[in-house]
Design a protein around this ligand. Structure first.
Ligand code: 1HN
Length: 373
């Protein structure tokens, strides 16, 4: 009897009924989520090449000037092809929760001050002479630095140097837009007053893992800027240990006053894949955006090989199998990444699984063909 019912399930009459419901803005639960054992990310695995983005930023430089009366930021954001339907609303989205842009500021330009409820963070890619002021503290940008702008803090940028400065911005915009919590406010003047010594947090944490005693009481971002030399030192220190089979030598940026992630809802890491590193595959609920800071290699995501080199950006959707390989025989690979792990943990969604077949390595079914400039 039960079997007969199953066979009868998708009759033309029933399918008509589904259409009838749809027209009434109603849906049949029996034909939806119950048949899916695992999440299906709207975002797909994808890669954007450095040269393509830089070429488009060059054009944006010709067309636009940054400053009051003109545009606030000159940045090109990553759109995951699986999430294109969100674009009319300007959601962006390299993954379902994370947004990334590549920004360039020319000498003499000032990017005016504003604040928003999304958490922002920056990884400085190239160029000297720019800085960002966050709630009255000015941080000088140097390549390799990781700089945080916690939610609802005033921030503006300046380039007082002689060359263009390029960085990656990462925010939780798709997440905030999804929740309907995207608040934004412009500062009444072009820039905010600077009321502390420059690079305040950098001076307060020069020693690495010791903190000023005033930070026993937690605060949102006592460090502000994580200088490249200290991050590099931490990674070099790990060299005496065996690399993690999935992530090589990886450190995460933390808030030294509470031991948690550096910037609330959005996590960030720096990975060093030693020469010859051939990682094993795993997957996790959280998603990531990688920026290849140095080196060359490939990442296999759900059976597709993404061949990367310095400057490229890669979107790793949640619950996608992935493994990293450094193909250089001389140079270590450095991958900066931003993730929604803090969100997944806060909300109780995080889970992780190691790939079991073929000694933990995926079979490569195809090679990703990126859009070239
Ligand atoms: C923002 O405030 C910055 O301050 C960069 O540089 C990218 C993308 C969306 C919303 C705000 C910045 C942004 C952003």
């Amino acid at each position: 009897m039960a079997e007969q019912k199953v066979k009868q399930k998708w009759t033309p009459e029933l399918l008509n009924f589904h259409d009838e419901l749809d027209e009434l803005n109603l849906g049949p639960l029996w034909a939806s989520v119950f048949s899916k054992a695992e999440p299906e990310s709207k975002a797909i695995p994808y890669m954007w090449k450095k040269d393509l983005i830089l070429k488009k930023l060059e054009k944006a430089k010709e067309l636009l000037q940054v400053g009051t009366g003109s545009i606030d930021r000159r940045a090109v954001y990553l759109i995951n092809p699986g999430m294109k339907d969100m674009q009319p609303h300007g959601w962006g989205g390299a993954t379902q929760t994370l947004y990334a842009a590549v920004q360039v500021l020319n000498p003499g330009e000032v990017a005016p001050s504003h604040r928003h409820m999304t958490s922002a963070q920056r990884f400085i890619i190239e160029g000297q002479g720019a800085s960002g002021t966050v709630n009255g503290v000015k941080y000088n940008f140097e390549p390799g630095d990781f700089v945080v702008t916690p939610a609802w803090t005033w921030h503006d940028h300046k380039n007082e140097g002689t060359e263009p400065v390029i960085w990656m911005d990462a925010l939780d915009i798709p997440f905030c837009k999804g929740l309907g919590t995207f608040f934004f406010e412009k500062y009444p003047e072009e820039t905010q007053p600077i009321n502390e010594i420059e690079d305040l947090g950098v001076h307060r944490y020069k020693g690495g893992m010791v903190r000023p005693i005033t930070d026993r009481k937690p605060s949102p971002a006592p460090l502000g800027s994580y200088k490249w030399d200290l991050t590099k030192q931490s990674l070099d220190g790990l060299e005496v240990l065996a690399p993690d089979p999935f992530d090589g030598h990886t450190v995460e940026y933390i808030n030294p006053s509470n031991g948690q992630d550096a910037n609330g809802r959005v996590g960030a890491r720096m990975t060093k894949l030693p020469v010859g590193f051939e990682g094993k595959a795993h997957r996790h609920a959280h998603s990531c955006i990688y920026h290849v800071y140095k080196g060359s290699g490939y990442t296999v995501i759900n059976g597709t090989k993404f061949e990367w080199e310095a400057g490229d950006f890669i979107a790793l959707p949640g619950w996608a199998w992935h493994e990293h390989v450094n193909t250089s025989t001389e140079e270590e690979a450095l991958l900066f990444s931003t993730n929604d792990l803090p969100l997944m943990e806060m909300l109780g969604f995080e889970r992780e699984e190691a790939y079991q077949d073929y000694n933990g390595r995926q079979e490569i079914a195809k090679v990703f063909q990126p859009i070239l400039p």
